[in-house]
Design a protein around this ligand. Structure first.
Ligand SMILES: *Cc1c(COP(=O)(O)O)cnc(C)c1O
Length: 396
């Protein structure tokens, strides 16, 4: 009998009841705008920022409209100007180079290793080309953050972290997003907390926090924030920081607060599922497991494996055969961008120098989402299907 998987790779869990209740309360009073509060009231957005700052051990937090907005605000806050080069990962998703392009700056791509992290040797060679690195922890893979920060600090390169896939992850016990000058998170449906759209930004730097807050569209109401610097910091920057509206609203914040309280538990549940799939795929001929480094605490909300040096035709055959059995694999090596996968050379608004070693890795990256609606048995079944189909094509 041929086993078929019938679950959905895009179905997340429902919003927890407590969050639904909190959302209803906001809808019933009608004060959705973050600055629309009655005397003495602490709005949901301000409370979310206060709680997330505490959870991350950060001095300051700002909630915004999306992860991509947080990245662009971070770039503006650190002073990136039109035409400036910004170092970033060749292996990432389109909103990352997009945020750089949105401020008129120019991405300079850094290669990817077989461990799916930024190639630190390539980065070292390019550090003199820019004063900012937009580091994307793509698909939750953390590089040796100690070495990276050492290199960037020595070169005077400011690090902005894209933690869309590492909310809840850590490097040697330090939460992801807390090594660089600014950490940015996404609360979009497919990330680790779900408000449909939304973003969070954390930093310990008072001036960056004040600038990001002004940028997000705080008018002169920044005193209603609970995780922002004091008014004297805003005094210094308020006349020179434009309003580029991208605020979070109280409805989304209400939905997010209970989810953030559950984050650690959700991370364990993702990792149980990840472990089942990884175990099931181990020792499949032709398939390379992406081994996780010792210092990394990851969030297994998606899994990647490599079909290194396979021809595009054979990879397409694996994808086709798995799809026929209900298993949706995404491929980062495809010539055309499809869905959320694209390659650095498909972002044609940005010039890119060839990265042959990275091209070899990218051509073999297979990617799969692991929503929490999958049971552990679902994960074992999915692994059996991939194993069988990779094996069948490998031996043919
Ligand atoms: C989703 C995502 C973002 C941006 O998040 P949005 O909230 O969708 O703007 C940034 N980087 C990566 C790697 C992502 O996957």
């Amino acid at each position: 009998m041929t086993e078929i998987f019938t679950g959905s790779f895009t179905q997340q869990e429902p919003i927890p009841e407590e969050a639904v209740e909190a959302a209803l309360a906001v809808l019933r009073h009608g004060r959705l705008h973050r600055y629309n509060v009655v005397p003495g009231e602490l709005g949901e957005t301000a409370l979310l920022e206060q709680e997330f700052a505490a959870q991350m051990g950060a001095k300051y937090c700002l909630a915004v409209s999306s992860g991509g907005y947080a990245l662009a605000a971070a770039l503006r806050a650190v002073g990136v100007q039109p035409g400036d080069p910004v170092l970033t990962n060749a292996f990432t998703l389109a909103p990352v180079p997009g945020s750089i392009a949105s401020v008129g700056a120019r991405p300079v791509f850094v290669g990817v290793t077989e461990g799916l992290v930024v190639d630190l040797d390539d980065l070292e060679a390019k550090l003199d080309q820019a004063r900012v690195l937009m580091l994307s922890h793509m698909r939750g893979h953390l590089c040796d953050m100690d070495r990276l920060m050492q290199m960037c600090d020595a070169a005077g390169v400011i690090v902005i972290e894209d933690c869309a896939h590492t909310m809840g992850a850590a490097w040697r016990g330090q939460l992801s997003g807390r090594q660089g000058a600014i950490g940015c998170y996404s609360c979009q449906t497919y990330k680790h907390v779900n408000s449909g759209e939304g973003g969070l930004l954390v930093t310990d730097d008072e001036e960056l926090a004040a600038k990001a807050t002004m940028l997000s569209g705080s008018y002169m109401l920044y005193e209603r924030h609970l995780a922002a610097p004091g008014p004297e910091v805003f005094e210094r920057i308020k006349y020179n920081t434009p309003n580029v509206s991208g605020r979070m609203d109280n409805l989304r914040a209400a939905i997010l607060r209970p989810q953030l309280r559950d984050l650690d538990q959700q991370v364990s549940r993702w990792n149980e599922r990840y472990a089942e799939i990884e175990d099931g795929l181990r020792d499949t001929p032709g398939l390379t497991i992406v081994e996780r480094p010792e210092g990394e605490t990851y969030v297994g909300s998606s899994i990647q494996f490599l079909l290194l040096d396979w021809s595009p035709e054979r990879i397409a055959e694996v994808i086709h055969r798995c799809a026929a059995r209900g298993v949706e694999l995404k491929w980062f090596g495809g010539a055309e961008p499809t869905g959320f996968t694209s390659r650095y050379d498909s972002w044609r608004y940005a010039d890119s120098a060839p990265l042959p070693a990275s091209d070899r890795v990218l051509a073999g990256i297979m990617d799969m989402r692991v929503p929490l609606t999958f049971s552990l048995e679902d994960c074992r079944l999915i692994a059996r299907i991939i194993r069988a189909e990779v094996g069948a094509v490998y031996q043919s």
